[in-house]
Design a binder for this molecule. Structure first.
Ligand code: HAM
Length: 422
């Protein structure tokens, strides 16, 4: 006779797997407090530099990335989350945001200069490790409709100011120019024969890369020594690209952004022309990998099927930046915690509401619980001050306790918000 089982997972069956998919993360406090600070800092700096917010879909027609990012890139060949939807369309979760933003600009029929900032998740099927995730978060900007080198310098400065403000240690900008398409064609041919002549000394991976994308070989860590002798793109610039590269550097000098000219810096995406750059830090976790990068892409709009529109931009990897910041304990989510003595529930609720309206970050637990339980929660919250709603309330005040040293003072109800800020 069958026995009814009231539980979904009975003995002998597998325990439910509650982990997020490989290479993705659940981000909760206290870590998420750092995320809030970082994303707010980004909003602040991108607004200061005059970038409006732009939001594009998380998925796009696959074709956009094949044309935009480039079919010879690792990203398109190996890393895209592509599926067929119910309408038989090939859809891809965005592996980056630049192609989408350029598509949106073209689709909106915008003419001339335009600046947009974004923030959101991107998806790449990578071998996961710290700071290399399958779902990761980028913030970035795109400045379209101008080929002025001043726009390049401004984008580079924005990323630099953002990282320094966050407290990332030892930020430096690695800067290069990849030249114009004409320069590139000649250069790639030269590089290919240079590498082919030394194929026997290259790592097996680099030999494979050489077949599809010779410039990417310059990025092979295993072949660093050999490659340091290879011809560099910035040594083969035409006049236009060369003058632009000089101007970008002059402008960075003028605004005090330090950089290092890095002749063999190449990027993982195909759309770059002229300026290319990456940000690196000195912290252990990030010494090997870029915290962000970007460059100019004057051919991208045309490649995705639009008119020709020059552009320059950057994207920052927030997961990596947060790793490089290390400790998360310093972030406190609350300015004050409210506790109440017996029978003061409604007064306490009124105070919490009033303080929140005044811009204070404040919380409480069930104020009908014992004072001991409430103080325990206050302690755990990390709030610098606990406000006690007790007998003083009838005289128009609350007792404020500084958690660090236990120091107590009575503060007038209408003055609490100002008092907390001082
Ligand atoms: P990207 O270099 O491919 O450029 O990515 C920019 C940054 O995103 C990287 O420097 C890194 O910090 C972060 N990132 C990339 N992949 C991962 C991953 N799997 N896990 C964690 N972080 C990652 C772009 O995406 C271009 N759209 C940048 C750009 C904007 N160029 C012009 N405009």
């Amino acid at each position: 006779m069958p026995v009814a089982v009231g539980h979904r997972y009975h003995l002998g069956s597998m325990a439910p797997n509650l982990r997020p998919p490989k290479g993705t993360d659940d981000i909760l406090a206290p870590d998420s407090r750092v995320w809030r600070r970082v994303l707010r800092t980004w909003d602040d700096w991108s607004e200061r530099f005059g970038y409006d917010l732009v939001m594009t879909p998380i998925f796009e027609a696959t074709d956009l990335f094949e044309r935009g990012v480039g079919e010879s890139t690792e990203v398109v060949r190996k890393q895209m989350y592509t599926f067929t939807d119910r309408g038989e369309r090939s859809i891809t979760l965005r592996p980056e945001n630049t192609a989408s933003v350029v598509r949106a600009y073209l689709n909106a029929g915008i003419q001339g200069e335009w600046k947009g900032a974004y923030s959101g998740p991107q998806f790449r099927y990578e071998r996961p490790q710290g700071g290399r995730r399958r779902q990761f978060w980028q913030v970035g900007v795109e400045h379209l409709g101008t080929d002025r080198p001043g726009a390049d310098a401004e984008v580079i400065e924005l990323g630099y100011r953002f990282l320094v403000d966050l407290g990332v240690e030892g930020v430096s900008v690695q800067l290069n120019s990849l030249g114009d398409p004409e320069d590139r064609t000649a250069y790639v041919a030269e590089l290919r024969s240079w590498l082919e002549a030394r194929a026997a000394d290259l790592s097996p991976d680099a030999r494979e890369t050489l077949k599809v994308n010779p410039m990417r070989v310059l990025d092979s860590k295993a072949d660093a020594e050999l490659i340091s002798e290879a011809p560099a793109p910035s040594e083969r610039l035409g006049q236009g690209a060369s003058a632009a590269f000089d101007e970008v550097r002059t402008r960075l000098d003028a605004v005090g952004v330090p950089y290092e000219t890095t002749p063999r810096l190449v990027r993982g995406l195909d759309y770059y022309t002229r300026t290319a750059f990456e940000y690196v830090g000195t912290s252990l976790d990030t010494a090997q990998t870029a915290l962000g990068g970007g460059g100019r892409y004057d051919g991208l709009a045309d490649q995705i099927g639009g008119r020709s529109v020059p552009g320059v931009g950057l994207a920052m990897g927030i997961d990596r930046i947060i790793l490089s910041l290390g400790e998360t304990d310093a972030e406190v989510a609350l300015d004050a915690f409210v506790v109440a003595t017996a029978g003061r529930d409604i007064d306490a609720a009124g105070l919490v509401s009033r303080l929140r309206s005044a811009g204070v970050r404040v919380d409480s637990i069930d104020t009908s619980r014992s004072l001991k339980a409430q103080f325990k929660a206050a302690d755990r919250s990390g709030a610098a001050t606990t406000l006690v709603v007790g007998d003083e309330w009838d005289g128009g005040a609350v007792r404020a306790k500084r958690m660090a040293d236990g120091n107590e003072t009575d503060v007038r109800i209408e003055e609490i918000a100002t008092w907390l800020r001082s």
